[in-house]
Design a protein around this ligand. Structure first.
Ligand SMILES: C[S@@+](CC[C@H](N)C(=O)[O-])C[C@H]1O[C@@H](n2cnc3c(N)ncnc32)[C@H](O)[C@@H]1O
Length: 197
């Protein structure tokens, strides 16, 4: 896990304030994912925890459809939070590793965009563990995206990314709730899941 965080620290050193530091291929690729994250959720008057918030760029997508919301961004990389605070001075950000210090507070909505892509030890269980922990702390809806697909060649060989089977992940989510939206249509190798309480 810490190697995942270390790799983000390294990529910030290499790319600086740039979507590539967050390991997005481009700004367009990042925005394509944010549009999916916000599509099905009503954020009005809700508290929001954005785990692995990076530069907090999802905020623009939330505020475009929401008058009032209470946002908290969390990231383990201080340099990302510094830039997030500069870009969004009115929002709240904390430096923390969700796996080591998961917040005890519950939020109406939890967001996890881009934190479930890395190639780590025990990939499937790593993803399940984070989804479970996040959903436990969610009062209304959890939304996350992930690299992967179903019935597609699993990968071009990209060693730092692990491509999940979207059906396998969806089946796991169904063990936690029956209210699920799977968005599997916008990209060949990325999908988004919304889980409602
Ligand atoms: C691909 S970037 C996405 C950033 C942002 N969510 C976005 O969509 O633009 C993944 C982010 O998750 C953070 N991250 C990964 N695992 C984390 C953890 N366990 N706790 C806190 N942050 C984490 C990384 O530092 C990085 O900023």
């Amino acid at each position: 896990m810490s190697s995942t965080i270390d790799s983000y620290k390294k990529s910030f050193k290499k790319y600086g304030v740039n979507p590539r530091a967050l390991k997005w291929h481009s700004e367009k690729a990042a925005k394509q994912r944010y549009a999916q994250i916000v599509a099905d959720i009503d954020f009005e008057n809700k508290s929001i925890l954005d785990v692995g918030c990076g530069f907090g760029d999802i905020i623009g997508f939330i505020s475009a459809k929401t008058k009032y919301f209470n946002y908290t961004g969390m990231d383990a990389v201080g340099d990302f939070i510094k830039e997030a605070r500069r870009r969004h001075p009115k929002q709240r950000f904390i430096i923390a590793n969700f796996l080591e210090k998961p917040t005890s507070k519950k939020f109406d909505i939890s967001i996890a965009s881009g934190i479930l892509n890395s190639n780590v030890e025990d990939n499937l269980n790593y993803r399940k563990k984070i989804i479970e922990k996040l959903f436990q702390r969610t009062k209304y809806a959890l939304v996350f995206n992930m690299a992967g697909s179903h019935l597609q060649p699993r990968t071009k060989k990209i060693s730092n990314v692990w491509f999940a089977d979207s059906l396998e992940i969806t089946e796991y989510c169904f063990t936690l709730t029956s209210k699920i939206i799977l968005r599997n249509h916008y990209h060949k190798r990325d999908f988004t899941i919304v889980m409602f309480k």
